[in-house]
Design a binder for this molecule. Structure first.
Ligand SMILES: Nc1ncnc2c1ncn2[C@@H]1O[C@H](COP(=O)(O)OP(=O)(O)O)[C@@H](O)[C@H]1O
Ligand code: SF4
Ligand SMILES: [Mg+2]
Length: 329
């Protein structure tokens, strides 16, 4: 498989008043293959939305990319000028459904006008009628009635609003769609419909790859190929979906799985345990492994030295304990 996106050692910080910064994405390597669905999980505040914005090239002040590279195809997109990114990359190569987007739709504008504005930003010559026709087709392909075109956002149910936002985000057939917590505000049946819709867009090759962000790791079973687990601005474990859901190795991934219920037979009798403590303040994250203050396995080295990401046991994982168990320490 060929990567459609490669991030090398990306750091993205929020500038605060004074010389303080929030190190929300702090040295992440990540690859997305053509045709892949990758889930990104982690508690609130771990940097998922920040990473989503950075990969979608929508980061705005006070967030800035401090260092690293992001390759999309053969383009080093962080080095491209803003106009070229707007014209050729955003919306066409990569598109994002930001967290809470469905509640951020302008309430005074009909869906067809929103769609027209999106299409016109990329093709100033497009006629309103043509924009409406294209949008109607996209709505139909995701099983939404074309009457949605005439609706104002508040006239749609939560599930329909979210599907409309996804349809609008894919009008230009982007290769990569990044969905940030697209199901979080929805009931279980609407969640299913949104996920089915995303899979349909993939099957119909409207989009080629998906990054699906959620704070609920178990939700990612069944429809993702790989899962990455983020903690405190770092990727701590990434691997095939089955490995991460059913055999997590990093103590944080295990704790995250144990803190949530999965309606699966093999997990039915599981006792839920919360993760003690809270994620650290990313203005001043802990030295060494950022999980060490909450980790039941923390050793001296964990407090001093950051564990590197290592490929082991069919995944990549950053943990000294696992290194020790593998005989590498
Ligand atoms: N506009 C902002 N200014 C300063 N810090 C921010 C801002 N937005 C998010 N953060 C901080 O960045 C860190 C990562 O946040 P975020 O990417 O939203 O995490 P997640 O999506 O995993 O919940 C958190 O510590 C959060 O408080
Ligand atoms: S490196 Fe140490 S503190 Fe961090 S997760 Fe592994 S065992 Fe726990
Ligand atoms: Mg978020």
């Amino acid at each position: 498989m060929k990567p459609v996106l490669t991030a090398n050692d990306v750091r993205a910080y929020y500038r605060l008043v004074g010389d303080k910064e929030v190190r929300a994405v702090d040295g992440i390597d990540f690859e997305l293959q053509d045709g892949e669905v990758v889930g990104l999980a982690g508690e609130s505040g771990c940097g998922k939305s920040t990473l989503a914005a950075v990969l979608a090239l929508t980061a705005t002040s006070p967030l800035y990319v401090k260092s690293g590279e992001i390759w999309m195809g053969d383009k080093d997109v962080l080095k491209m000028n803003k106009d070229a990114v707007r014209k050729d990359i955003r919306g066409r190569y990569v598109s994002v459904v930001p967290q809470g987007a469905m509640n951020a739709l302008n309430p005074t504008v009909r869906i067809k006008k929103l769609a027209f504005d999106i299409l016109r930003a990329h093709d100033p010559n497009i006629r309103f009628k043509e924009a409406v026709r294209q949008t109607g087709e996209r709505l139909e392909s995701v099983s939404l009635p074309t009457m949605v075109l005439d609706a104002y956002p508040h006239q749609l149910s939560g599930g329909m609003k979210q599907r409309t936002v996804i349809a609008l985000s894919t009008l230009l057939n982007p290769k990569i769609l990044i969905c940030d917590e697209p199901t979080s505000a929805l009931d279980v049946s609407s969640q299913k419909v949104v996920i089915q819709m995303l899979m349909k867009l993939l099957r119909e090759e409207v989009i080629r790859s998906i990054i699906f962000v959620t704070h609920e790791l178990p939700l990612l079973r069944h429809f993702t190929n790989r899962i990455g687990v983020m903690y405190a601005g770092k990727m701590v474990e990434i691997g095939a979906m089955e490995n991460i859901i059913f055999h997590p190795q990093h103590p944080y991934s295990s704790a995250l799985m144990d803190s949530m219920l999965v309606p699966e037979d093999r997990m039915r009798d599981k006792e839920l345990t919360g993760i003690p403590g809270v994620p650290p303040d990313l203005k001043n994250p802990p030295e060494g492994c950022r999980f060490h203050p909450r980790c039941p396995h923390a050793m001296d080295i964990c407090r001093d030295k950051e564990p590197p990401m290592e490929a082991m046991a069919e995944r990549s994982v950053a943990c000294w304990l696992l290194q020790k168990q593998a005989g590498n320490l």
